[in-house]
Design a protein around this ligand. Structure first.
Ligand code: BTN
Length: 222
């Protein structure tokens, strides 16, 4: 894979998207600092020095339509092996440590590619966000960001070969907030998290009725 490194960039995701239009394929872009890191749903992604911020391209999978969940599973596995901590998946693909977000994933389709952007709060001392935390803060462990990135990319390429049933099964057994009341963005109301369906949709209960949610975010009620 061709690699692009920046000490400081607006967003590796933006740079990777531009590369796709060139058109280039089989690359990864990483940066020490992002000045305008982007999260899902238009959120800002704080990207200070010490964290792992990267984007890479993948083929659009033919059969696996749970792509973003698949990437979440790969990221969780690699980080669990490194830090030996219990990590949970918050639907659709956030990684939580002690119920706080430590890694986020964005997947965007550009031309005939998918650009996967991953942010991991690895070696950051502290973060200015009450719903997030950093691996260093919790474990005291400092990692080599470059090798963690390479491991994650390799694992994504393997995980993408899993079947839909396997993805759903792995996700289910590591899913955060099961049985808890959460705010469901797309429904604009609170609901109890029940499970995910065999299609990866979120299953929730509101006023004794079961609903399925195909996209959006969930947040713990405060
Ligand atoms: C989210 O949880 O909302 C997704 C966060 C994705 C952040 C990563 S950091 C590397 C890449 N560049 C960006 O601007 N965003 C992604």
């Amino acid at each position: 894979m061709k690699e692009y490194h920046f000490d400081n960039i607006d967003s590796t995701q933006n740079y990777a998207k531009d590369l796709c239009f060139k058109p280039e394929k089989d690359f990864f872009v990483f940066a020490d600092i992002q000045s305008s890191g982007r999260g899902r749903s238009g959120r800002i992604w704080e990207s200070p020095i010490g964290g792992l911020w990267f984007s890479f391209d993948m083929d659009i999978p033919r059969s696996n339509d749970l792509f973003t969940m698949t990437i979440g599973i790969a990221v969780r596995e690699v980080l669990k092996e490194i830090y030996k901590e219990e990590l949970q998946l918050k639907w659709p693909n956030d990684i939580l440590l002690n119920r706080k977000k430590v890694a986020g994933i964005i997947c965007e389709r550009v031309q005939d590619r998918i650009i996967v952007g991953i942010g991991v709060n690895t070696n950051i001392k502290s973060i200015n966000n009450s719903t997030a935390d950093t691996f260093f803060n919790v474990t005291g462990i400092t990692v080599d960001n470059y090798s963690v990135m390479k491991d994650i990319i390799e694992r994504c390429k393997k995980t993408i070969k899993l079947t839909k049933d396997e993805i759903v099964e792995i996700f289910r057994s590591n899913m955060a907030y099961k049985g808890e009341e959460c705010y469901i963005s797309v429904l604009k109301e609170n609901a109890k998290i029940i499970d995910i369906s065999c299609d990866g949709n979120l299953i929730v209960e509101i006023n004794n009725k079961i609903k399925e949610v195909a996209f959006g975010e969930i947040n713990l009620c405060i």
